[in-house]
Ligand binder design. Structure first.
Ligand SMILES: Cc1ncc(COP(=O)(O)O)c(C=O)c1O
Length: 411
């Protein structure tokens, strides 16, 4: 079958994360690898009750085909919720329910991207977006990004230079993988540039509600004078990911096209799951549940930061995110985080090497740590083991300096 596969299959490959996650299924492994929420906060009992209620009350409807746009009540609830949280002015009609926001990314790729079109993204960016958009074979422009967001001069240069920019993709709150949050000013500047160049802006916001006591900045979509922002949201991190409920919120000129391609992809997301989610949102206070999640995640973030401060050797830098699920680590340049991972796996600790989060795959001394999914004692132990492995590698490097590194420092 060698010649049967589409050309795109030459560039698509299994995600590093999926490979690592297979190993981390083993219970003895301390995993900082996945982006998994803490399962102890899934409201299983409440979901069982609302699922029964939905089936008893409207079983025929819940188990039948339904519209591509999604369950009407859920669309209403989502529009109301995001308008209240993010200062937007969306109607239920401007919400498309998707099978996770991951499907939203794929649909966005499908409506915008032909081969060699340009996607502008942060550096680093969300690996799942790279995978979703790469199906359509775009060119990536990674804009250097600091703690406040993209470098606006570089962004403007790219917009001025490139003819085929189809959209800019950003994760402005507690980004996956870096944990960064864009400042208010950069959000405004980004919106101004997108408007000036009339480029759609994809704002992916799965983590915005996972804030550890800090104030929220408004969504970029709320500052949009030209209706250019397409936002993505999800119940995965504030409720549970297994139901696969996400959404795209955008004006109808985008939504109409997205509905067409969603119909081709899966007709609609699960009617039953949507109705269960809607019934839960009508019956319980989801914010109360989010409050409980936040207490645990903040404590785990604190424990991880403290363990890194105590254990890591000099030359290691790491972020101190104010929310979300991830912390970003930069190692001394001589260390390739994939080698560190191999060593750590021998000691039953896993993380995701950072190279995959750069479309050009060129920053190998970085890595991503998830702090939401492990209890505190395992976080401390895992960081200790990582630090030991790293020290050993650094000691080896002192003995045998990396020839490539020597050459580059000599230039
Ligand atoms: C930035 C970002 N976007 C989208 C997703 C996809 O989430 P889901 O499909 O569960 O909504 C994730 C998941 O980790 C993510 O980190």
């Amino acid at each position: 079958v060698k010649n049967s596969f589409a050309e795109r299959m030459n560039i698509l490959r299994a995600s590093d994360i999926r490979e690592i996650l297979k190993i981390t299924q083993r219970p003895e492994v301390i995993s900082f690898a996945g982006g998994l929420p803490a399962p102890e906060f899934f409201p299983s009992r409440e979901i069982a009750q609302v699922a029964c209620r939905v089936l008893e009350r409207e079983g025929a409807r819940a188990l039948q085909y339904s519209t591509t746009e999604g369950h009407a009540r859920l669309r209403e609830q989502i529009a109301t919720r995001i308008n209240a949280k993010w200062d937007t002015t969306l109607s239920a009609d401007e919400i498309l329910i998707t099978t996770g926001s991951q499907q939203g990314l794929d649909l966005i790729g499908k409506i915008f991207l032909d081969r060699d079109d340009v996607v502008i993204c942060e550096s680093p960016t969300y690996l799942g977006a790279v995978m979703a958009f790469n199906t359509y074979r775009p060119r990536w422009i990674e804009v250097p990004t600091d703690d406040e967001g993209m470098d606006m001069l570089e962004l403007e240069a790219a917009l001025a230079r490139e003819r085929k920019v189809k959209f800019i993709y950003v994760v402005p709150n507690f980004q996956n993988p870096s944990g960064r949050t864009w400042s208010l000013q950069r959000r405004k500047d980004l919106m101004a540039l997108a408007s000036r160049y009339e480029v759609p802006l994809v704002e992916d916001n799965p983590y915005g509600e996972l804030r550890f006591g800090v104030e929220a900045f408004p969504a970029i979509q709320s500052m949009d004078p030209s209706d250019l922002v397409i936002s993505l949201g999800t119940l995965s991190k504030i409720f549970c990911p297994g139901l696969r409920i996400g959404w795209i919120a955008a004006r109808r000129r985008f939504l109409d096209k997205l509905i067409v391609v969603k119909q081709g992809a899966d007709l609609h997301s699960s009617t039953f799951d949507q109705m269960v989610a809607a019934e839960y949102l009508d019956s319980y206070d989801i914010d109360e549940n989010i409050g409980r999640i936040l207490v645990a995640y903040q404590a785990r973030r604190n424990v991880m930061v403290k363990a890194l401060e105590l254990e890591m050797p000099e030359g290691v830098r790491f972020s101190r995110p104010q929310g979300g699920l991830f912390l970003w680590v930069e190692l001394p340049e001589v260390i390739d985080s994939r080698d560190l991972l191999a060593k750590c796996l021998e000691h039953n600790v896993a993380f995701v090497p950072g190279g995959s989060f750069f479309p050009a795959r060129n920053r190998h001394n970085t890595l991503r740590l998830n702090f939401s999914n492990m209890p505190e004692d395992r976080i401390v132990e895992g960081i200790r083991r990582m630090a030991t492995a790293l020290r050993e590698m650094l000691a080896e490097h002192v003995g045998h300096p990396d020839p490539a590194h020597e050459a580059s420092s000599a230039i």
